[in-house]
Design a binder for this molecule. Structure first.
Ligand SMILES: *[C@@H]1O[C@H](CO)[C@@H](O)[C@H](O)[C@H]1NC(C)=O
Ligand SMILES: *[C@@H]1O[C@H](CO)[C@@H](O)[C@H](O)[C@H]1NC(C)=O
Ligand SMILES: *[C@@H]1O[C@H](CO)[C@@H](O)[C@H](O)[C@H]1NC(C)=O
Ligand SMILES: *[C@@H]1O[C@H](CO)[C@@H](O)[C@H](O)[C@H]1NC(C)=O
Length: 480
């Protein structure tokens, strides 16, 4: 009965959407009402929601109590308790004897925090989605978790629902909002008890983890659930497939949400809507599954560190190369900055993000809404990276190489301006041969560029007048 009703609703929806023939109605029916079983094989059949593949660029925020000492990294508590001398010395030198990590929490005041200002910055940086640490391994929640008594941002520190505040501001500016969430908590006694039972006991997932994730998903309806802290136990302990089946079948974000791959020992790089594999993963070759390169602007830490210096921060060009090579190989770039305990984004991070945004204003066409082309980097000039646009999006295979007839334009991005103003590349030659009405332009300039082919190499005459950038440029090859 329920099925029949759903089927009718789907026919109505399908005809509203312009579906007329029966096959399309049936496909629409299957897509919208498929119920996933709680096993990886079935969960893996879910098509990737299109928004995520189109978005390409997100911003990652590591914020929490670790932002108070802001020394070393966001692993401060574990490094200190774990006996790392650098952290022990730092505590002995700067804090009274007996000082506990919990005493940092009231110092997390976020007195200058303005989520609208943050969202404006991220928007100008060209980000399409934001992922915030709703809870890192320290267990402190940036939302009023009902199971994190006195260890959440509403009861202590900022006295605000930071997840809610940021979600609202980010969405007001048309970006998607997502949450990072750590499965394990270093010092949660319930988790540690389960661990002592070699994870035969599952008190922590049933009394803390699941209810918290459901609260997060139901209350904030995130578009991304970025899981972490999975590596001590198998997915059977975390009940990961059950959780994902609920997310995909019954949650309020079932059509929209994407999840990564950190769901237990052996799962990363094997299951999930997109793969992170490792931190800062950037394989440099086309990947058969959608993936994401999560990396930090401060090369040494995800959380804010007062002891960082300029040479440890990615330059504009390093940041851009990371993004361009990632997108060419089928990945999204999730660029991390750590906000301060005061609730500000350090000016050096603002500068990097705004420089990226300026570049994307001119060259975004080579990044957003693109797909990998048949070649990723040029075989002659290895640091020239390709993307293309195509007619069809394939949610089951978003990173596959396109059919020649499906390609509508090719983009080639390069980072060194050739001394004689002529760029030599090889892999576009076939494409140039195939289309004699092809127009070649440099993004940001209206001029049609001259090109020739000699001995299997394409020589593109770049416009001499300076095009606004000193970090990278994109050529567009488009049939007219
Ligand atoms: C599992 O938890 C229960 C209740 O807390 C306890 O009685 C039991 O000893 C635990 N089992 C193991 C294997 O630790
Ligand atoms: C895990 O999933 C099973 C099967 O649905 C369920 O019975 C169990 O209660 C779940 N365990 C936890 C810890 O939530
Ligand atoms: C910056 O940090 C690096 C280590 O990451 C160190 O080698 C370098 O000397 C530092 N530079 C300055 C100016 O402090
Ligand atoms: C780029 O292309 C060359 C030659 O095709 C290849 O050897 C190289 O590994 C590729 N990847 C990177 C990251 O340069």
């Amino acid at each position: 009965m329920l099925y029949l009703l759903l089927w009718c609703i789907n026919i109505v929806i399908a005809s509203i959407n312009g579906y007329t023939d029966k096959q399309n109605v049936i496909e629409a029916f299957e897509l919208n009402t498929k119920r996933y079983r709680s096993d990886w094989k079935d969960l893996d059949t879910r098509p990737l929601p299109e928004w995520y593949d189109r978005a390409k660029i997100g911003i990652f925020l590591h914020w929490g109590v670790f932002s108070v000492p802001s020394f070393g990294s966001e692993w401060f508590w574990s490094n200190w308790v774990g006996g790392n001398q650098k952290y022990i010395d730092f505590m002995n030198k700067n804090y009274p004897p007996g000082f506990t990590y919990q005493e940092f929490a009231p110092m997390f005041k976020a007195e200058f925090f303005d989520p609208d200002e943050w969202a404006t910055l991220f928007k100008r940086a060209g980000a399409k989605y934001i992922v915030l640490t709703s809870k890192h391994h320290e267990g402190f929640t940036l939302f009023p978790s009902k199971r994190s008594f006195s260890w959440n941002s509403v009861e202590v520190g900022p006295k605000r629902d930071l997840v809610g505040d940021i979600a609202q501001s980010v969405r007001k500016q048309g970006m998607k909002f997502g949450v990072y969430h750590s499965l394990y908590e270093w010092y949660n006694p319930i988790y540690l008890e389960d661990k002592r039972s070699l994870f035969l006991n599952k008190s922590y997932p049933s009394t803390k983890l699941w209810p918290d994730i459901k609260q997060l998903v139901n209350d904030y309806q995130p578009s991304v659930l970025w899981s972490d802290g999975d590596w001590e136990a198998f997915d059977a302990y975390w009940n990961s497939t059950d959780l994902l089946a609920w997310l995909y079948n019954d949650s309020p974000v079932k059509d929209e949400i994407v999840v990564n791959d950190r769901w237990g020992i052996g799962i990363p790089c094997h299951h999930g809507d997109f793969y992170n594999c490792a931190d800062r993963y950037n394989p440099g070759t086309l990947q058969p599954h959608k993936w994401e390169n999560a990396f930090t602007v401060d090369s040494k830490s995800w959380g804010y560190r007062r002891n960082m210096n300029l040479s440890e921060i990615l330059s504009d060009k390093q940041l851009l190369k990371e993004i361009v090579s990632t997108v060419s190989c089928g990945g999204n770039a999730l660029i991390n900055v750590g906000p301060t305990k005061e609730g500000t984004i350090a000016p050096i991070f603002q500068e990097r993000l705004l420089a990226l945004g300026d570049w994307l204003q001119v060259n975004g066409e080579a990044i957003y809404d693109t797909s990998p082309w048949i070649r990723q980097n040029d075989s002659l000039n290895n640091d020239v990276w390709y993307t293309c646009t195509k007619q069809q999006y394939d949610g089951f295979n978003p990173t596959s190489k396109p059919k020649a007839t499906d390609v509508t334009a090719i983009f080639a991005t390069f980072f060194e301006w050739p001394k004689d103003d002529v760029l030599s590349i090889r892999d576009v030659v076939i494409y140039l041969h195939r289309h004699n009405t092809l127009r070649v332009t440099l993004l940001g300039s209206d001029r049609t560029l001259k090109w020739k082919i000699a001995s299997g190499v394409a020589y593109i005459e770049l416009p001499k007048e300076s095009v606004k950038s000193n970090v990278g440029w994109s050529l567009k090859f488009c049939n007219i």
